[in-house]
Design a protein around this ligand. Structure first.
Ligand SMILES: [Zn+2]
Length: 338
């Protein structure tokens, strides 16, 4: 299932050797990067592309392409993919002891430049996704006249997609309506949290995809989504329950054209809650609570009201937060009509 939106060498590549060794020692899952631009160049399965960088080192396929085809497939996108995924894996391990997206240290497979040279677009040119069926992550680099580009360079977008995979192996929130919006929301939460962890000085940490906008995109908005002000992202989102568009009510039937009943729209409401909670409790306490609820408390069919209940209970029972801090969380949900 595509969870969309959200979301050239250096033969003598200097690869992040020390970080890399570090990650390897921790057994949190290898990272294999495919250059998916060249799906037609070499035989490969299911448009994955050519595997070119494994644990930061060129693969034999990359070496063969260089020798025989004079094609350097280890492009800047490939290198930044490795760097960003390693950061996200290390964040989850160092903060929560999580070994990779499935907590079993499975290999992270990432395709970059997806669909770039195909004469047709399989929906990935202007997109980023956790591709369940392939057990891989896919990143397009943008379309010529689009509003978004270069997703792989945005740490929060990489962390967003990685978190979809974490959700798949934990709460497994159904990707429709409010449960799907919670899936999107939590992906945005840990997108922002991971960026804050590595780049605490970034100007507005509640923006998602601000660096992925093209000039055309920048004319319309300052980011793909804005958790603090959900109205002002590239795509409008409601900031409270009174603004839920009627077509996304509980009667909605999901289809290919209504974003599975507005999963990328409705996520604006819990996103707004998160922005309020973080501004009052800080990133550290907030992220620990959200991680626990995401991985341990929610169920596939959880709705916004269930989320509020689990957050409230977990706050009081398990997270070393005080009663007054927990009332801040309750109030943040009340402010959005929950
Ligand atoms: Zn998403």
């Amino acid at each position: 299932m595509i969870k969309n939106y959200f979301f050239t060498f250096l033969t003598s590549v200097v690869i992040t050797g020390s970080i890399n060794l570090h990650a390897q020692e921790k057994n949190i899952g290898d990272i294999l990067i495919y250059n998916s631009r060249v799906t037609l160049l070499m035989p490969n399965d299911k448009f994955k592309g050519v595997p070119v960088l494994w644990q930061g080192s060129p693969t034999k396929e990359a070496m063969m392409a260089l020798t025989f085809l004079k094609q350097d497939l280890i492009t800047p996108e490939v290198l930044v993919a490795h760097e960003n995924f390693e950061k996200v894996q290390l964040y989850y391990f160092n903060q929560f002891g999580r070994r990779g997206y499935d907590n079993k240290a499975s290999m992270v497979q990432v395709g970059v430049n997806m669909n770039k040279d195909l004469p047709f677009d399989l929906g990935m040119k202007e997109n980023a996704a956790w591709l369940d069926t392939l057990s891989m992550f896919g990143f397009g680099d943008g379309t010529k006249n689009g509003e978004l580009q270069n997703f792989i360079s945005s740490l929060e977008i990489v962390a967003h997609e990685f978190t979809h995979a974490v959700v798949s192996y934990t709460s497994n929130l159904e990707y429709v309506g409010q449960s799907g919006a919670l899936n999107e929301h939590l992906a945005d939460v840990f997108g922002a949290v991971v960026r804050q962890h590595y780049l605490p000085e970034a100007p507005n940490l509640f923006l998602i995809g601000d660096n992925a906008l093209t000039l055309k995109g920048k004319e319309k908005a300052k980011a793909l989504r804005d958790m603090q002000d959900p109205h002002s992202g590239l795509v409008w989102q409601p900031k409270d329950m009174s603004e839920v568009p009627p077509e996304f009510s509980s009667e909605c039937v999901p289809n290919l054209f209504n974003d599975n009943c507005g999963v990328h729209i409705l996520s604006g409401i819990p996103n707004k809650v998160f922005a309020t909670v973080v501004s009052k409790l800080g990133w550290e306490k907030s992220s620990r609570l959200y991680y626990k609820v995401m991985t341990d408390k929610l169920k596939p069919t959880s709705q916004f009201a269930d989320f509020k209940k689990e957050m409230s209970e977990e706050c009081l029972n398990g997270n070393n937060l005080t009663a007054s801090e927990c009332s801040i969380i309750d109030d943040a949900f009340k402010e959005v009509g929950l």
